[in-house]
Design a protein around this ligand. Structure first.
Ligand code: PMT
Length: 216
């Protein structure tokens, strides 16, 4: 299969030296890209800034902001058989980008933020993607209900949900505990290292893609 994977955080610039971001290390998305490549698939990894090494045998496209990631996905998704969205994309960005370093003025500073495009949410509706679509869901409560809502709203074949309030898993950890939310059922594999979970997730995605191609 030709697979697209998004990974890592995005950086939303305020001025030439400051930005808004989040704690995503990219480990989950890179583990997925690596597992797809090791299983013999052709992989394009679109990644926000991370400290990680690019997995062997993976085509790599670095981006910084949510808008850049949106443009990269729009440009590359058409010829993909499957797409996996593990990136932690900022939902808001500063309304304006200051050309010069912002100076200290008052005791408080109010920032105006505007919505970024929902990349995963655009894949079916805007980009016309008909392949296998896998989202992640980072939740702190009602994991299954919120993940199932994302699955339906964004036209996913599977949403991989993680409870990012649990210590030791999720953001910036080597381990994860995921809930696999399919259209008709849910599975809860045991917590494990991201590098052990990823090959199992790849096998699930291969199965879904094969079913779709067989018209099932
Ligand atoms: O990078 P690590 O440190 O290894 O951490 C892994 C992880 C916790 C980041 C990963 O497992 C994960 O949950 N990724 C999705 C994080 C997220 O932003 O979840 P969300 O519930 O806010 O978004 C739902 C889905 O929409 C995700 O597939 C996300 O990539 C996508 N999205 C969100 C916002 C946006 N503007 N565009 C998107 O495509």
């Amino acid at each position: 299969m030709r697979v697209l994977v998004t990974a890592g955080p995005t950086r939303e610039a305020l001025d030439p030296v400051r930005y808004l971001t989040n704690r995503s290390s990219g480990k989950m998305g890179y583990a997925m890209a690596d597992a797809f490549a090791k299983a013999g698939h052709e992989v394009l990894l679109i990644s926000g800034p991370t400290q990680l090494e690019i997995p062997e045998g993976v085509d790599f496209l670095p981006v910084e902001s949510a808008l850049e990631m949106y443009a990269a996905v729009e440009r590359h998704i058409a010829r993909r058989d499957a797409a996996v969205f593990a990136a932690a994309v900022a939902d808001y960005r500063p309304a304006t980008l200051s050309e010069h370093k912002m100076k200290k003025t008052g005791e408080t500073l109010t920032l105006e933020l505007v919505r970024t495009p929902d990349i995963l949410g655009s894949v079916r509706s805007q980009f016309g993607f008909t392949g296998t679509l896998i989202g992640f869901a980072a939740e702190t409560q009602d994991l299954e209900a919120f993940a199932r809502d994302k699955l339906q709203r964004k036209g996913c074949d599977l949403v991989i949900a993680n409870d990012v309030s649990k210590p030791g898993i999720g953001f910036d950890s080597d381990r994860n505990e995921v809930l696999l939310v399919f259209p008709d059922h849910t599975e809860a594999p045991p917590e494990d290292e991201k590098h052990h979970l990823a090959p199992m997730l790849v096998r699930e995605i291969e199965r879904i893609a094969a079913e779709k191609m067989a018209g099932g």
